[in-house]
Ligand binder design. Sequence first.
Ligand SMILES: C[S@@+](CC[C@H](N)C(=O)[O-])C[C@H]1O[C@@H](n2cnc3c(N)ncnc32)[C@H](O)[C@@H]1O
Length: 289
Amino acid sequence: MALRVLELFSGIGGWRFALGTRGEVLAAYDISPAANATYTLNHGTAPRARELATVPFAELTGVGADTWLMSPPCQPFCRMGAHRDLEDRRSRAFLRLVDLLREAPPRHLVLENVVGFPGSDAHALLTECLRGQGFRWTERQLCPSRFGLPNQRPRIFIVASRGSLRTPEPPDLDAGTVGNFLDAVEDPALYLDEDTLARHGPGLDLVRSEDHRTACFIGGYGRRLVGSGSFLRTPRGTRRFSAAEVARLLGLPSGFRFPEDVPAEARYKLLGNSLSIPVAAWALSHLDG
Ligand SMILES: C[S@@+](CC[C@H](N)C(=O)[O-])C[C@H]1O[C@@H](n2cnc3c(N)ncnc32)[C@H](O)[C@@H]1O
């Protein structure tokens, strides 16, 4: 049976790409105008631009979904953040959704987050609530490097259901080389200048086109250098990956695009917030519909 999906914190619609023909998104919610414009361009329907901490429960249940797909903001649990967990104001929407889960649980819930999520109070609250509502769930740390992509992006996936769960074997595909994911014509503006290289060069994660890995590209890749993702060494110098290249490394479809007025920094931010599509699709393959 096709999944009837409520896509929460929808961003550019990574979950919707991963869902494919497995179901239908009945409604998506996100507060970011740039994310919503990108979602609309790619999926043909607009998310509801609402603060999820304040959307009335009746509106969410009125969607008629049986499946919640979500990637709540990860900053409260991030390695580089202040780890304020449920005290972080960005956890308010998550807390409210846990309240709704107690009142009107869907049949399935799939959540993706950073590896710091397990062990957090938010994780404890969610799993306690899932248990109380009769869900079974599986929790896995997955990385696209095993899914045919030369990219490291370890993330936690919780796949929960009040029905039964399949237990597929995770793939172990060859990632291929970075060169397969590069633009046919490179943008010279992506190259770092001599000053920047002199200051930050030693801290950069450098890869070449024949390598089989890139580091995780985070939302700050367009602004920051060290610890934000990989940089490409070419005979000409050292450059950033373009947003289109990062999109390919996330497994987004070749037709994926941004509205022209979304600037480069915002593109990297949206991609850094999104999902590795084949990994998310595999997580969904646990559900029996
Ligand atoms: C980790 S990203 C999820 C990205 C998404 N899975 C994708 O594929 O692009 C979190 C998203 O939640 C949105 N968001 C954060 N807090 C929100 C809130 N309180 N209400 C609605 N959306 C929110 C952000 O704008 C961001 O797009």
